[in-house]
Design a protein around this ligand. Structure first.
Ligand SMILES: Cc1ncc(COP(=O)(O)O)c(C=O)c1O
Length: 391
């Protein structure tokens, strides 16, 4: 049979990292204890019970079962805008907010609006693998901006300035960062905004983990206070992590009217409307779960502490970065590269991680461990699993 071809863009996109790592786990025989799965960035605790019952009501509601407006229910757009203004001190209105079927889709949709085939988008490295995948699927080029462990993986705006080319359309910042957990200082984010403005390129800021910032780190940046933010900034947010509703697929994009007019075409085509069942519950949650979210911040911070205490004691492994959900650890000197080590840890030690090469060029010596996934007992067992790596 003359099999029809597939898109070269999709064939050139690397395979989904998490299923790849999980497939390794199928070959683990349990010898070191139960599998510890630190692949995915999800909080390992359930959502708030009052939100859970509202989600159930939303799922059963005949009104929410209908198509809604392309940018999501107005009530949620209003409360999210107010929440953003409370945190950042800006003037965001409901009209600036589009509710999306997750922040990942929001990123893809933003790229569809802002970039054309062959354009470049600068991603600090290590990068969030789905950003790189989304670019390659759309015929866009990821332009790596290398970040250094010595700088706590905070990207350098001067280095970025030197890398921009006439094809560069946007710079993407994720703070707190996936995969390093790095929190970019507000003045660094502001310098990136100034750079983008001076070079006529878009700044995309993904703040899917902003609810895990300590109170002392707020506001995360001053960008929404700039009266001209609508002409240069696209902000992405996810409800997945903060409200433990990753499977319900709700995120948001905040942008100005020029982007929005074009985005409406994309929203209509790619999502028609966001999933509607969760929206009334999330509208309630934004204003009513502050204390619960603070408790979750403390839970995750405790997991980070226990991780640092245990893995930090190992002689040969090094924690290059640790924050919010993630530790980005360096493989011992003289050991095989990340792909081989990650596979062996999965198949022989029952420890599932994501390997550095998924996070961009030059990451062969690193693993990402998403410790937010699991409880303290499992985190305390991680050092033994690393020690058990056959050499
Ligand atoms: C930085 C970042 N953005 C977006 C997402 C995906 O969010 P959502 O579940 O809303 O699509 C993730 C999930 O890991 C993430 O780490």
């Amino acid at each position: 049979m003359n099999a029809p071809p597939l898109s070269p863009r999709i064939r050139n996109t690397f395979a989904a990292p998490i299923p790849t790592a999980k497939a390794w786990a199928n070959r683990y025989d349990g010898r070191a204890g139960p599998t510890i799965d630190l692949t995915q960035a999800v909080p390992g605790y359930p959502t708030h019970p009052d939100l859970a019952s509202r989600l159930a009501e939303g799922a059963a509601s005949p009104v929410q079962a209908r198509y809604g407006t392309i940018d999501g229910d107005e009530s949620l757009r209003e409360v999210l805008a107010a929440d953003i203004n409370r945190i950042y001190g800006g003037d965001v209105g409901a009209a600036d907010v589009a509710i999306t079927a997750g922040a990942n889709l929001a990123f893809t949709m933003a790229m569809t609006v802002l970039c054309g085939v062959g354009d470049q988008v600068m991603l600090p490295v290590p990068w969030y693998f789905n950003n790189a995948m989304a670019l390659s699927m759309q015929g866009l080029e990821a332009l790596p901006l290398p970040c250094r462990a010595e700088d706590a993986f905070v990207p350098d705006p001067d280095r970025a300035a030197a890398l921009i080319t006439p094809r560069t359309r946007a710079i993407v910042l994720i703070s707190p960062n996936n995969p390093t957990g790095a929190i970019y200082p507000p003045d660094v984010i502001a310098r990136f905004a100034a750079l983008c403005r001076s070079r006529g390129i878009w700044l995309i800021v993904d703040e899917s983990y902003r609810d895990f910032l300590p109170e002392t780190a707020l506001p995360p940046h001053p960008l929404f206070k700039d009266p001209e933010w609508r002409d240069g900034l696209v902000h992405l947010y996810s409800f997945s992590k903060a409200y433990c509703v990753a499977g319900h697929r709700v995120g948001a994009m905040v942008c100005g009217p020029r982007v929005r007019t074009e985005l409406n075409k994309v929203l209509d085509t790619m999502q028609i409307c966001p999933p509607r069942g969760p929206l009334p519950g999330l509208t309630w949650a934004v204003d009513n779960l502050h204390e619960w979210k603070a408790g979750n911040r403390a839970i995750i911070a405790e997991r980070a502490r226990v991780f640092r205490e245990g893995v930090g004691q190992l002689q040969d492994w090094h924690i290059d970065a640790l924050g919010t959900y993630f530790a980005y650890i360096r493989i011992p000197e003289g050991e095989r590269d990340a792909m081989a080590v990650g596979e062996t840890l999965a198949t022989e030690c029952g420890l599932l991680s994501l390997v550095g090469p998924f996070f961009g060029p030059g990451q062969d010596r690193h693993l990402r461990l998403a410790f937010a996934n699991v409880g303290l007992e499992a985190i305390a067992a991680v050092p033994d699993r690393l020690r058990a790596l056959p050499r």
